[in-house]
Design a protein around this ligand. Structure first.
Ligand code: NAD
Length: 482
């Protein structure tokens, strides 16, 4: 994809200026025809946002499935056609990840998020007539989105939630709020112009923990969908209303003695280096059986990753991993200066010069190195030597912390694959591919950027955001037999 950076920077600057110097995206509250029309989804007050989303829900409920398709077509079109401008804006605001991937994620979510085509009904037909099971909306969904993919998550959530007949009130991550607001404004404006419904997607322009809490507790919010790390996952699961929780991961990879090492190396680099390792599904640590360990390290170098030696890894660990909290709450986290940064920035942090096009750093550590248990979200991957495949699977299991999110194996031994699959018990388990292949990107299946892990819904679709309703006809309308 060709990117004219100067042009994009100018456009982004104009948009930021329009949004206000502090980026608060305060909307010019043109109230057209009363209610909240003309706000295009932007609100500073949770009560107002929820009221507007409920009004929009009532209006959406009067419309056809074909109208839902048309609404979603606008979201898809804007995400695809404006991916360069909006992706650049996301990169400039968040300062994490890689520009080409920020752009690509918006385009991919626009193209592939599950929409109305995923809606279906089921029927029981028998001697006593018919029972039809249909999938009804919940209403307004309180939605929390991460900084790692601010607007892409909103695109995916909006497509699937509206396909299910719902509307949204979003509390975006504060560090991705401006691009979130601009995307939401564009989506609503286009939908309003074409279909006359505004505020299907409402967003809090100055999000805080308090506004998140207000959304969690609001009587006008019917369901929660939270995408983020351990803190927000815990907070959502403590609420009185139902929450669909797309929580954190720390995906391990096992490489056994039967693996195709060159293929494994290419897959690990593809998955782990994508957007500088920000994906929740991305390869975070690798356990390789002793027999092929040295050959695997060579394969990684051959595939373009740069190997750090033991003292370089020690130095990187000191600068890139922080310890936070006190007593029982003490734990390690990625340092913000390195989270989502380029491999060259990590290398510079330890005084090492590498070409700017290097995508991934890697090196040998033991299981106790913090890069193994910490969800580092940066392009350095630790490789740990295992005695055999069972030892590798044991370490992989421990490193995943029971998140039950994602795991990978490179192997040609189906017994090893089966043992690891059973032990890990993860939502996604990818064999002989890069992590994104588990979301239909290079593998089979469909895409979602909200993979509900602790609450068990898996990669979300429109049906995830619906309630079952049954409609029974007694003794009639079965047109078969007697
Ligand atoms: P984060 O947890 O810091 O923030 C996520 C969102 O939750 C933000 O909007 C933030 O403002 C909000 N938040 C944080 N603590 C909160 C609390 N106590 N109450 C209410 N809201 C709160 O995560 P992040 O850095 O933005 O994103 C990365 C994390 O998200 C990683 O752990 C990653 O694995 C996870 N993630 C998971 C999925 C998935 O599909 N399972 C997808 C993307 C990201």
């Amino acid at each position: 994809m060709q990117v004219d950076e100067t042009l994009i920077r100018n456009v982004v600057q104009q948009v930021i200026t329009r949004l206000g110097a502090n980026g608060s995206a305060a909307p010019a509250a043109t109230v057209v025809g009363g209610g909240h029309r003309g706000r295009h989804g932007l609100f500073s007050c949770v009560d107002e946002a929820v009221a507007a989303a409920n009004e929009a829900f009532d209006r959406l409920s009067e419309r056809t499935l074909e109208d839902r398709r048309r609404i979603i077509a606008h979201i898809r079109r804007i995400s695809i056609d404006q991916c360069v401008e909006l992706g650049t804006m996301e990169m400039e605001e968040t300062q994490i990840g890689r520009l080409a991937h920020k752009i690509e994620k918006l385009k991919t979510l626009g193209e592939r998020s599950p929409g109305v085509e995923f809606m279906r009904s089921e029927v029981f037909s028998g001697d006593h007539g018919l029972a039809v099971i249909e999938h009804a909306p919940f209403g307004v969904i309180g939605t929390i989105t991460p900084v790692t993919h601010s607007l892409p998550t909103i695109t995916g959530n909006a497509v699937s939630m509206i396909a299910g007949g719902n509307t949204l009130v979003i509390n975006p991550h504060p560090n991705g709020r401006r691009v979130a607001a601009e995307g939401v404004r564009r989506f609503n404006e286009a939908i309003h112009r074409d279909l006359g419904i505004d505020n299907l997607i409402c967003l809090i322009t100055e999000p805080t923990l308090e506004t998140a809490e207000a959304i969690f507790k609001h009587r006008g919010v019917a369901l929660l969908c939270v995408t983020g790390g351990p803190g927000v996952a815990r907070a959502a699961m403590q609420q009185a209303k139902r929450a669909i929780v797309a929580g954190p991961g720390n995906p391990p990879v096992v490489v056994d003695e039967t693996a195709e090492l060159d293929r494994a190396a290419r897959c690990i680099i593809q998955g782990a280096a994508y957007d500088n390792n920000l994906l929740c599904i991305a390869e975070k640590q690798v356990f390789v059986v002793e027999q092929v360990f040295d050959a695997m390290m060579a394969a990684m170098e051959l595939a373009g990753a740069v190997r750090l030696n033991a003292s370089e890894i020690d130095a990187l660990t000191k600068v890139a991993i922080d310890t936070v909290g006190e007593g029982q709450k003490k734990h390690q986290v990625p340092h913000r200066d390195f989270l989502g940064k380029d491999a060259a920035v990590l290398a510079r942090g330890i005084g090492k010069g590498i070409p700017s096009n290097v995508e991934l750093l890697f090196g040998e550590t033991d299981e106790s190195n913090p890069f193994v248990p910490v969800e580092q979200m940066m392009p350095f991957i630790p490789f740990v030597r295992a005695r055999d495949v069972d030892h590798a699977i044991d370490m992989a299991y421990r490193s995943e912390h029971g998140f039950r999110h994602t795991a990978m194996i490179h192997s040609n031994n189906v017994r090893h694959m089966t043992r690891m699959g059973k032990r890990m018990d993860t939502t996604l388990f990818v064999k002989n591919g890069a992590s994104m292949a588990g979301l239909g990107l290079g593998g089979e299946g469909y895409l979602s950027f909200s993979i509900a892990t602790p609450t068990g819904e898996g990669p979300t679709t429109p049906l995830t955001f619906t309630r079952e309703r049954r409609c029974s006809m007694i003794d009639d309308l079965r047109i078969l037999g007697k």
